[in-house]
Design a protein around this ligand. Structure first.
Ligand code: ADP
Ligand code: MG
Length: 607
């Protein structure tokens, strides 16, 4: 009996299958999995190959010496990368809005009045409603005393406070009023102007000032003025407290940032499209162009920067010149990202529109031969480059119980979504598309304003819960779980990720469980459902996805707890049966390519 190994070097993961084979019969012995080291298709991969192989051999009770032959994948000559550009920007040219989530606002409700410095309240007009402005050189005790003593004489509706003493002032007032605190640039608050203040109850969000018609009602705006304050209302959505001040020259603009033009050269046409127009238009342009030969962005614009960055990264990683790098596919999606409002007074954030792009470039295919040669030298076992990755994946996928030809697979990895189809007469067609797991993670990261990729990756992979007391949590599906021992007090009232039996608390109060869930699901939908349909329509013999009866999902992203359902759902509208693979009835959606490599080897051996 010969001992053989198939090794699949992916963008993210290196997977191994070890088997014994004799007379074309094959018996799988063990599998191994390790992170890919370095960029796929470079000699940096060798370390990851050793790790993955070592795990499989150990599980099989074998050593490298027992191996007769190794096959590595003829890597799909594509590498993916992702980029994002913001295409709108909110600018306040005159201070007119404060919307933020101070941790300690005071009072409750929505009121309006004329802004006046607390120290000037004695001189203010009686009988007029006022909102007092309290710089931090006034202590909370003095502020509370002053508001209390003037409460009889003057109509004080609300307070805007520079320090974070909202609650301390509030506690000392005879008659509570809404208080917005932590307004750092308080000297920029215009005085003698009409001002509306809203503070929501704990756990709530402002409802009047985040609604254009609410603002219009407070200030008696006409339709044209109402149209102009839409960006303010939008920027205030989701805040616990907000202030809007009407100044004669005040202006908040939503500006569209000229993002630039992308030019796509395809087999049919050369098409240009303005990134500002959003992802649908970009995807239509890509369709119109035919098979993509290259894409470039107008130089000096964000679009140019975005595509150049992808090409530069790929050029550096593969040691080619930037001119040799050709973009082969693009997936564009509409997204949004919280950005600091320019000209804001209290670090206000606004959700700006953005376009996310996953791009895929052709990589140098000869590199796999080099890796095979190096490996042969190091291990002393013949290492060959086996069949095309997509063909191998389909062979591996066909070991899923209940599958048969004709069959299509969708391989959902980190950088690309690949699809292939095998017909009754064993003809295989395949395609590689930009956009997969990394794109989903990027969307989650930017939409939730997270600092690091790892947190976003965890949010993608694991369910959430809210720690409601030290003895119970509420899972995102609403079920409650109790604990005998108290949880770590640091977790109290936090949204946590349930990862491998641990609870990882998330930073940031803006992100409720509902919002994170929505962002997470939408990101998966936008990337994987879109790409599943795009991929299948390209490999379908008729060009129509409806003519594909069965689809099996493989790859790391098919392990996702939501993606397979979303894709199954999306495809069921086209009467396609789809589901997650179970390679060799044991491996789930993993190890398809490695398994296929072993099967191909043993078939040759049997001839
Ligand atoms: P490649 O073939 O490109 O190496 P893989 O098939 O290993 O890629 O898939 C890697 C992708 O799968 C990554 O984007 C990773 O985040 C994702 N992934 C891995 N495990 C899970 C999981 N349990 N749930 C969701 N996504 C996962
Ligand atoms: Mg793969």
């Amino acid at each position: 009996m010969k001992i053989i190994a198939g090794i699949d070097i992916g963008n993210a993961t290196t997977e191994t299958a070890v088997a014994g084979t004799e007379y074309g019969k094959v018996e799988f012995l063990a599998s191994g999995i390790a992170s890919t080291t370095g960029i796929k298709g470079t000699s940096d991969n060798i370390k990851g190959v050793f790790n993955s192989l070592a795990k499989a051999l150990k599980a099989a009770g074998l050593t490298e010496k027992d191996l007769d032959e190794i096959r590595i994948n003829e890597a799909a000559p594509v590498i993916g990368d992702v980029a994002m550009e913001t295409i709108t920007e909110t600018i306040i040219t005159e201070s007119t809005m404060i919307g933020h989530n101070p941790s300690t606002p005071g009072g409750l409700g929505v009121v309006s009045g004329i802004t006046v410095l607390l120290s000037d309240i004695a001189k203010a007009e009686q009988g007029t409603a006022h909102v007092v402005v309290v710089p931090d050189d006034i202590s909370f005790e003095d502020a509370a005393d002053a508001i209390n003593s003037f409460a009889e004489m003057m109509d004080i509706k609300a307070a805007i406070v520079q320090s974070d003493d909202g609650v301390l002032i509030d506690n000392r007032l005879n008659k509570p009023i809404p208080i917005v605190d932590e307004v750092s640039l308080i000297d920029k608050v215009p005085l003698g102007m009409m001002c509306a203040v809203e503070v929501a109850a704990p756990g709530g969000v402002v409802e009047v000032l985040s609604n254009p018609y609410g603002i219009a009602t407070m200030f008696g705006l006409d339709p044209e003025e109402t149209r102009q304050i839409v960006p303010i209302a939008r920027a205030l959505i989701g805040n616990r407290s907000a202030v809007v001040i009407k100044t004669p020259e005040g202006d908040v603009k939503e500006r569209r940032i000229p993002a630039g033009i992308i030019e796509i050269s395809g087999s049919r046409n050369k098409v240009t499209v303005d990134v500002d127009e959003g992802s649908d238009k970009i995807m239509q342009a890509i369709d119109l162009a035919g098979d993509m030969q290259d894409a470039s962005g107008e130089s000096g614009t964000n679009a140019g920067g975005m595509l150049d960055k992808v090409k530069l990264v790929m050029a550096q990683l593969t040691g080619q010149s930037i001119r040799e790098i050709k973009i082969q596919d693009i997936l564009a999606v509409d997204t949004f990202t919280p950005q600091k409002v320019r000209g804001g007074l209290a670090n206000e954030y606004s959700e700006e529109n953005a376009v996310g792009i996953a791009a895929m470039v052709k990589a140098d295919k000869l590199q796999m031969e080099k890796i095979a040669e190096e490996l042969t030298e190091k291990i002393g076992v013949p290492v060959k480059v086996g069949g095309v990755e997509a063909d191998m994946a389909i062979r591996g996928a066909l070991t899923t119980p209940g599958t048969d030809k004709p069959l299509a697979i969708i391989d959902m990895g980190a950088g690309s979504t690949d699809a292939s189809i095998i017909t009754d007469d064993r003809r295989i067609t395949s395609i590689h598309l930009a956009g997969a797991g990394n794109m989903v993670t990027l969307l989650i990261k930017s939409e939730l304003g997270l600092r690091d990729f790892e947190t976003a990756e965890d949010i993608k992979k694991y369910p959430l819960a809210k720690v409601e007391s030290l003895f119970h949590i509420r899972h995102e599906d609403g079920t409650v779980q109790f604990f005998d021992k108290p949880l770590d007090s640091k977790l109290f009232a936090r949204v946590v990720i349930l990862k491998d039996g641990n609870m990882i608390p998330l930073e940031g109060e803006h992100n409720s469980i509902e919002k994170i869930r929505l962002v997470r699901k939408n990101a998966k939908q936008k990337v994987f459902v879109t790409n599943a349909l795009r991929a299948l329509s390209r490999v379908s013999p008729t060009g129509n996805v409806r003519d594909i009866p069965f689809v099996v999902l493989v790859g790391g992203s098919a392990l996702d707890f939501e993606v397979p359902q979303l894709v199954t759902d999306g495809l069921s509208q086209y009467k396609i049966v789809s589901g997650r693979a179970n390679v060799r009835g044991a491996e789930g959606p993993r190890n398809a390519v490695a398994t296929g490599l072993v099967l191909a080897m043993s078939e040759e051996d049997g001839k």
